[in-house]
Design a protein around this ligand. Structure first.
Ligand code: EPZ
Length: 424
């Protein structure tokens, strides 16, 4: 199994081009199931999760054509869907597979999707997705590990739905379903992450009638049919935040291209509090921590526009090397401090209190170690720690990183990191 080796202690200087957002691309790909015309997506990142979604869609009968590898352009032709089952073998690899449930039930009146199991960062149920579909007239049964959905009238009906909790995937699934439902759907307390707005913009290009995009109330007037469209996936704000922290933790300076600082307001506020200089540019931004004395700060994860849970682990690495103490509160997932014991092995001083908070006391130095992580962002946290640690860090389970960071070693090497992949 591949591992990543890092010799730490080199400040990063250079330019990084930000890739298309994984978490925008996955629902966008699922939306190809809503139409019998061709959906063309550009700026799709080359990532394991994108390949998994492609495999899932191909299994349903979507014909995929790569038209421009360099630009990440793929065409998705959903004119010949012959299978409405999303099998366990694929869903267990990637929970976002559940995003085919809404589109398939909306277009065909039924679907059978493996129920995703638990996950390293939390239980992550999909009960809210299912309750919303029921409200739209679907009968849902759980049979032999599968969600079996059946629209009682042969089609879904519009409904007034208030999500009991903000859910990104739930909002995406039901938003897609509502585009083909009969009548009007109102989604209240909807998630308003930039990835959801990106999906909504693409659905509008496909002929959907959606208002309230970017807010937490979405109003969708269902259409009989959607048509083909071309859409560019937005920049990955989590990738951008991760590398901004790489600049900060190594006390370097990185310029980001194809990035959108507006999607990162909460992250910018925290990094500026710590002492990082964040400067907006024409097509991105600069994160500059040269000669900075970084200090700790308190942070709480929240749904957008709050501080993203997907940057919490990476920020923890930074706070572990900043002056003073910081309090981190995780409010989205119940088990998202799995990186802390590994950071402790590198010399970090962090106390986890219950499932939701951690006190970080900055230390002057981390030291390299052999480490491993249980999920994507926790793995990135260890990469960041390795970049500043003295000596060598070896990160196991690189497949986590391959799910969400395109050309990780190349991007960091271009900025002066001493990082390489060890293939056994
Ligand atoms: C999305 O997951 C992201 N994944 C996650 O990114 C991200 O951490 C998360 O949103 C929160 O921002 C993708 O976009 C593919 P949720 P999702 O539904 O949609 C609970 C990464 O590292 N909940 O917003 O699965 C749930 O357990 C990842 O790229 C229910 O209780 O997250 C969690 O506590 C990991 N019932 C909270 O809501 C439900 O039916 C938010 O989950 C649905 C969710």
């Amino acid at each position: 199994m591949d591992r990543i080796k890092i010799e730490g202690g080199y400040p990063l200087h250079g330019t990084i081009s930000i890739s298309g957002a994984k978490n925008a691309a996955l629902p966008l790909m699922a939306s190809a199931l809503l139409t019998d015309e061709v959906l063309t997506l550009t700026n799709l990142p080359h990532l394991a999760d994108i390949m998994t979604m492609a495999q899932l869609l191909a299994g349903h009968g979507v014909k995929l054509t790569m038209t421009d590898e360099d630009r990440g352009t793929f065409q998705f032709d959903g004119s010949n869907i012959f299978n409405l089952k999303a099998p366990y073998d694929i869903v267990r690899k990637m929970r976002a597979s559940v995003l085919v449930l809404g589109p398939l039930t909306a277009r065909y009146g039924r679907a059978k999707v493996s129920l995703p199991g638990g996950c390293a960062i939390g239980a992550r149920p999909v009960d809210i997705h299912l309750a919303a579909l029921e409200k739209m007239g679907a009968e849902i049964q759980i049979k032999e590990g599968y969600i079996v959905a059946h629209a009682k009238d042969g089609h879904l009906n519009g409904a007034d739905i208030t999500f009991p909790k903000v859910t990104v995937g739930g909002t995406e699934n039901i938003l897609m379903a509502a585009t083909l439902a009969k009548g009007q759907t109102i989604l209240r307390n909807a998630a308003c992450e930039p990835e959801i707005s990106d999906l909504a913009e693409c659905l509008v290009k496909m002929g959907a009638d959606i208002t309230g995009i970017g807010t937490n109330t979405l109003v969708i007037n269902g259409k009989e049919k959607l048509h083909g469209a071309t859409h560019k996936v937005i920049a990955d704000r989590i990738e951008a935040a991760s590398y901004a922290i790489a600049a900060a933790i190594t006390r370097g300076r990185i310029e980001f291209k194809n990035a959108n600082l507006k999607d990162l307001t909460a992250v910018v506020r925290i990094l500026v509090d710590c002492g990082v200089n964040m400067i907006e540019t024409e097509d991105g931004f600069i994160a500059d921590a040269q000669d900075a004395y970084l200090i700790g700060t308190d942070v709480m994860t929240e749904p957008y526009p709050g501080f993203p849970t997907d940057v919490q682990a990476q920020l923890t690495a930074l706070l572990a090397t900043a002056g003073g103490a910081s309090l981190i509160t995780e409010t989205i997932f119940e088990n998202r401090f799995m990186h802390v014991p590994e950071l402790a092995r590198m010399g970090a001083n962090i106390n986890v209190h219950g499932p939701s908070s951690a006190i970080v006391r900055g230390v002057p130095k981390l030291s390299g170690a052999e480490v491993m992580a249980t999920d994507l962002r926790a793995s990135m946290c260890l990469v960041l720690a390795g970049l500043v640690a003295t000596g060598t860090t070896i990160i196991n389970r690189v497949y986590h990183l391959d799910r969400g960071y395109e050309h990780l070693e190349e991007k960091l090497t271009a900025c002066g990191a001493h990082i390489e992949r060890l293939t056994d």
